[in-house]
Design a binder for this molecule. Structure first.
Ligand code: HSE
Length: 346
């Protein structure tokens, strides 16, 4: 008998809808390989939600949203007055998948969704960084107190496994430094300027067309997204207390094609790199800046929209992971990975 996992999603943007599509397209695989049946019992959106304890037809709901731009009047299950928080409050789901837009300053509305879900003993899988930038320790202990899981790989570079590696593969080590190419958009732009001779603006326009860039690309190209991810990864993997505003930050907006080509003519490759390092006094120093990396640096060969991270540890030396799709489907797949790992850990 398959294990039924009653699932709600808050936020039905590109990532939320791709996650819902995966619930459907991977249904057989999830049953056969993990003995899991993911049942969608609600979706929360600011302008109306849907909920049905009997389950919701996923593909019809996705079509409905893409036609109407809202789900509050979805036949049979629409709840026009409900926002996401009402859904979390009323639902008896097993797991919340949180994909609402990120607010780094307040963490809302995701922070409230996650706090309530954990208190109501739901597991939580989040694509949203906001709640964890300022409240990671609080939310982690809330999850522990309620005996539920809190998974946030998608918030920390999505399809690139950063936290899984730190928490599982490097368990028992001291992570002393993190270096990361953590923003797909910036890496895509720098790669296109080097390999296709694109101008900065042409490369950015292409990143937007492909859905890699944030709605407001300033977050990507000014290094904010890298600083946010770096803070999150440092806080989880180094038990640090780093805020993005304490990361020295310089983006790639001042880079032009000549600088990228100049680095190439010297045999180097420009990357936007985030670094966090524990200093001798125990304090953490973190910065984000464009760097000309020599080709033998492990992060030099991460081309296009891929990302990568190198951890330097006390007992396992240096470990690098790279790759992973930087688009809404890559993020949705990372959410699914986290969810599977809650219920069917190897
Ligand atoms: N826009 C981000 C990137 C993805 O380019 O990597 C979301 O963090």
């Amino acid at each position: 008998m398959a294990r039924n996992i009653r699932t709600i999603i808050c936020g039905f943007g590109k990532v939320g809808r791709n996650f819902a599509r995966l619930m459907e397209s991977k249904r057989q695989m999830l049953l056969q390989r993990y003995n899991l049946n993911l049942e969608l019992v609600g979706v929360g959106e600011l302008q109306g939600s849907v909920a049905s304890p009997r389950g919701i037809d996923i593909l019809n709901l996705v079509d409905y949203f893409e036609t109407h731009g809202t789900i509050g009047y979805f036949p049979g299950a629409g709840k026009p007055e409900w926002a996401g928080i009402d859904l979390v409050h009323e639902s008896d789901a097993d797991v919340l998948v949180e994909t609402t837009p990120t607010n780094i300053q307040t963490g809302e509305p995701a922070l409230s969704h996650i706090r309530l879900a954990l208190s109501r003993e739901m597991n939580v899988v989040s694509a949203n960084k906001g709640p964890f930038i300022r409240s990671y320790r609080f939310l982690r202990s809330l999850a522990n107190d309620h005996g539920v899981a809190l998974k946030l790989s998608t918030a920390a570079a999505a399809a690139l496994p950063t936290l899984d590696v730190a928490q599982t593969c490097l368990a028992g080590t001291e992570i002393r430094a993190i270096e990361g190419v953590l923003n797909g958009t910036s890496n895509f732009i720098l790669s296109r300027m080097r390999t296709e001779n694109d101008s900065f603006d042409e490369a950015l326009a292409e990143a937007q067309r492909l859905g890699i860039a944030e709605t407001d690309p300033t977050l990507d190209i000014e290094g904010y997204d890298t600083a946010n991810k770096l803070a999150l990864i440092a806080n989880v993997s180094m038990d640090a207390d780093l805020l993005p505003e304490n990361v020295d930050r310089k983006g790639i907006t001042e880079m032009d094609a000549d600088q990228v080509r100049q680095a190439a003519s010297e045999g180097k490759i420009m990357r936007l790199v985030g670094r966090a390092e524990i200093k001798a006094n125990g304090k953490i120093h973190a910065r984000v800046a464009p760097e000309a990396l020599s080709p033998d640096h492990p992060l030099a060969n991460i081309d296009g929209s891929e990302k990568g991270i190198t951890y330097t540890t006390d007992t396992m030396d240096r470990v690098t992971v790279m790759g992973g799709k930087s688009d809404p489907m890559g993020a949705a797949a990372a959410l699914l990975k986290d969810l599977i790992n809650i219920y069917a850990a190897p």
